[in-house]
Design a protein around this ligand. Structure first.
Ligand code: XMP
Length: 511
């Protein structure tokens, strides 16, 4: 399989570059900028991309690559910082832009030379996304200028002989109107990509590799019903079938019918699907607990206890499967961020039991690739396109103390909200939507009587990475229909609120 190497200089769009390359059916990996030359040789990329980054190339501690990289005969595309680095290291000059000259942020009208392979077949003028305070004051020998804007004369450079290209803007960002085509040109016209990265292929190769690795060993997987663990389960089921045990811990904090749906989806494989009905156990441990972090910790810990118990009952399990995906791998290379919430991911258990090995069959895939793989494996669309659902489930959507009655109310209200969103055709356009039960009760009037019931909160957000999110502008008619139905159909709720807070300052979930 052909591979592209993305050397990471710390830019904010680095994951996006990798996704764009993969979208072009070319496999790539993101590695630190100081990856040793020998390792790069072994990696044998068909092309290398230098990402953007927060530094200035002319400062003493600026991250650089091994100059030997330029002698490997491999095409290079430098983006933003990567472009400046290319220029600087090959004999050009980069300086800080003076005030308004050549410093650019945001959408910028840019002019291109269509003779450059990167811009082949594209309009001579189009909008690009800029974000730079430095610029190339002198272009290195052998390069020519192939793009400029009103403020900056050196937006694009290329040396077609050595196949080195530099772009001052970010082609990976959608605001760069033809950025995708430029990356496509780099991959196909410059690097000679053939487009051999497909999920059908990945499935076939991974299934074969898993069979070889596992032999006749036993495998254990914690199945939450979320996309990642479901796809991992389907992959392992395809590879080793009955040697696999999928443990689905129903902690009673699932949405309406969720347990049955997950179970039904896995019925077609000859695997050991073990559903542990642990509702009572969780409810008992959670009784009287109101503090969000404490709730999270109890649910996480209890989950592990149940899982351990099942593991012991099955006995002699050699492998544990985790649904780690590529963004987690890339992110984990970064420094510690402040802990806002202690996430409990049932697909990501700690290595608390003595397994021979932990298998992470999705660790090189982005979310959209995981979904695609799920389809290849024949998982139903509603599972594959499922919105994220937190490990602690409704436990962190019932605000305050969790009781059976509150869970029941919330399940019904949430199902109505999801049903109406789907009916309005908005289920694929909202990133995540759900109901939460507040611990506020208020007075209402129903029929001729007074009510003193709970308020349910609807939440819907738009986001690409869940690190930040904006609340969805849902149509009033839809909100009205949901409100009428919930108050009429769910006993114990007499008020419906819509959350119009973004993240930050709020978070997506309530606890
Ligand atoms: P927050 O509330 O932190 O949520 O803004 C961001 C995204 O993460 C999901 N989430 C979780 N997922 N275990 C998970 O697997 C958790 O404990 C957890 N807490 C929040 C949340 O649903 C949203 O998609």
């Amino acid at each position: 399989m052909q591979r592209v190497l993305i050397l990471d200089f710390g830019g904010q769009y680095n994951q996006l570059i990798a996704r764009r390359v993969r979208e072009n059916s070319v496999y790539c990996e993101v590695r630190p900028y100081d990856m040793p030359l020998e390792e790069i040789r072994r990696f044998a990329p068909i092309g290398i991309i230098f990402t953007g980054g927060p530094n200035s190339v002319y400062l003493p501690d600026a991250p650089k690559v091994d100059p030997g990289l330029f002698e490997l005969g491999i095409p290079i595309l430098g983006i933003c910082y990567g472009c400046q680095l290319l220029a600087q290291m090959l004999g050009g000059r980069v300086t800080a832009a003076q005030d308004d000259t050549a410093r650019e942020y945001g959408k910028t009208e840019t002019v291109f030379d269509p003779d450059c392979t990167l811009f082949r077949g594209l309009p001579e003028r189009s909008v690009t996304w800029m974000s730079h305070g430095d610029y190339m004051a002198a272009v290195p020998e052998g390069f020519r200028l192939v793009a400029h804007s009103a403020a900056c004369p050196t937006v694009g450079i290329c040396d077609e002989r050595r196949k080195f290209y530099g772009l001052q803007f970010h082609p990976e960002v959608r605001h760069s109107v033809y950025g995708g085509e430029m990356l496509h040109n780099f991959l196909y016209a410059v690097c000679g990509a053939v487009g051999d990265w497909t999920m059908a292929d990945y499935k076939q190769k991974t299934v074969a590799a898993l069979r070889e690795k596992i032999g006749d060993g036993r495998v254990l997987l914690a199945l939450s019903g979320g996309v990642d663990s479901s796809v991992a389960a389907a992959l392992l089921a395809e590879a080793v079938g009955s040697q696999l045990s999928c443990v689905f811990v129903d902690h009673g904090l699932m949405r309406l019918n969720e347990g049955d749906e997950v179970e039904a989806a896995f019925a077609r494989w000859d695997l050991n699907f073990i559903r542990v009905n642990a509702q009572e156990r969780f409810l008992q441990r959670l009784a009287g607990v109101t503090e969000p972090e404490e709730k999270r910790k109890i649910i996480g810990e209890e989950f592990i206890r149940v899982f351990e118990q099942v593991g012991r009952e099955i006995g002699s399990v050699e492998y544990l499967v985790q649904g780690t995906i590529y963004p987690d791998v890339i992110e984990s290379g970064k420094g510690e961020a402040a802990v806002i919430k202690s996430h409990h991911n049932v697909g990501g258990l700690p290595d608390y039991v003595d397994f021979k090995e932990i298998i992470e069959p999705l660790r090189l895939l982005f979310k959209d690739e995981v979904r695609q793989l799920g389809r290849e494996l024949g998982l139903p669309e509603y599972l594959v396109m499922r919105q994220p659902f937190p490990g602690p489930g409704l436990g962190i959507r019932v605000i305050g103390e969790i009781t059976r009655e509150k869970l029941e109310m919330l399940r019904q209200a949430d199902a109505i909200f999801r049903e109406e969103i789907a009916r309005a055709g908005l289920d694929q356009s909202s990133s995540q939507y759900f109901a939460a039960l507040s611990n506020m009760r208020s007075v209402g009037v129903m029929g001729d009587g007074r009510s003193y019931d709970y308020a349910v909160v609807l939440r819907s957000v738009q986001t690409s990475d869940f690190m930040t999110a904006d609340w969805t502008r849902l149509p009033y008619e839809l909100l009205d229909a949901v409100s009428v139905r919930i108050v009429n159909e769910v006993r114990g709720i007499n008020r419906v609120l819509y959350d119009i807070t973004s993240k930050p300052p709020a978070t997506v979930e309530f606890e």
